[in-house]
Design a protein around this ligand. Structure first.
Ligand SMILES: [Zn+2]
Length: 322
């Protein structure tokens, strides 16, 4: 199932009062967690990564063991280190907080050095193995902050690159990757009155509209470079140019840096797409797009047509890392 709740984003600190209330509620409703004891908490530990270190801070009891917690963090971090060749920032602290809600529910990234993520009392091992949210938040570490109107660029990046990074190391299947896009992408299309991605700040346009921008960018970069480059090259270059989550850039700076990062003269896909989609509603024929990629989705099942014109590009997007 496509899972893109609005509860996963960057910035906007939590009000202290509601945090205290949630923490208290979680503590008092704590039943008898199977794998964890009171002496396990608080937990403070460090997980060294290639190129950086992740500090884990969990001040309150959680319904999973510390080992499960660190294994979850490591799975998410591994997706990032494979994608970028290193962890995107030298240092980040991840705060794990109890939540009165369901399982993994709600993450926020702050300024390239902190992630807050909430776990409800029903969080279990399977939830953590299937989780995408922590990987999503980690991707926010790898892009400069933009002015408020450009959340679609931040969320689209994290929403698109998270499953790309995971499918490329086998954490999800290609069927799951494409099936989720087919199911969710209609949410990203403009509705009547839409004024383009820069000026339409609905949930659908921010998360799925942003994700569609990134998918179209990936396809176009591949079309213009004989499938030798993709958005990963652009994203890596921005990070290598110092463009991580601690920085503040303009949208013009960012799209120009992504284009430069592709490294092929005359290829200006990010700038072009922003010019096209930023200030006006652009409809995308999704059925035609899936057909051209050879993605066949019927009754919840995804299969592939390798005779489709963009089949090689589809394979390039999800290609397994060596
Ligand atoms: Zn986000």
């Amino acid at each position: 199932m496509p899972q893109r709740p609005a509860k996963s984003h960057r910035a906007t600190p939590h009000p202290a009062a509601s945090f205290a209330a949630v923490a208290l509620a979680a503590l008092t409703t704590f039943a008898s967690p199977p794998y964890t004891t009171a002496s396990d908490w608080p937990l403070e530990t460090s997980l060294p990564q290639s190129g950086g270190v992740i500090d884990i801070v969990s001040p309150h009891p959680l319904p999973i063991s510390p080992d499960e917690l660190t294994a979850w963090v490591q799975r998410a971090a591994t997706a990032l280190t494979h994608f970028y060749g290193r962890y995107p920032v030298k240092s980040v602290t991840i705060h794990f907080l109890p939540s009165g809600a369901a399982a993994v529910g709600g993450g926020v990234e702050h300024n390239g050095d902190r992630i807050d993520i909430r776990l409800g009392p029903r969080t279990n091992h399977d939830e953590l193995v299937a989780d995408w949210m922590l990987t999503h938040e980690m991707f926010h570490l790898s892009q400069p902050q933009l002015a408020r109107g450009y959340s679609w660029m931040s969320e689209g990046m994290a929403d698109y690159l998270e499953p790309v990074a995971r499918v490329r190391i086998g954490q999800i299947t290609e069927q799951r990757f494409w099936g989720d896009l087919v199911e969710g992408m209609p949410n990203g299309l403009p509705e009547p009155g839409d004024r383009g991605l820069d000026h339409t700040h609905t949930w659908g346009r921010t998360y799925w509209g942003g994700s569609l921008f990134w998918l179209l960018a990936d396809i176009r970069v591949r079309q213009q470079t004989h499938n030798s480059k993709g958005v990963r090259d652009a994203a890596r270059a921005v990070l290598d140019a110092g463009g991580d989550g601690s920085r503040e850039w303009t949208i013009e700076q960012l799209v120009a840096a992504y284009d430069k990062g592709i490294g092929v003269k005359g290829v200006t896909v990010f700038t072009d797409l922003h010019d096209e989609m930023g200030a006006k509603a652009v409809n995308t024929d999704l059925d035609a797009l899936w057909k051209s990629l050879g993605v066949v989705y019927t009754d919840g099942k995804t299969t592939f047509d390798d005779t489709a014109p963009l089949a090689e590009i589809r394979k390039g997007i999800t290609e397994r890392e060596k």
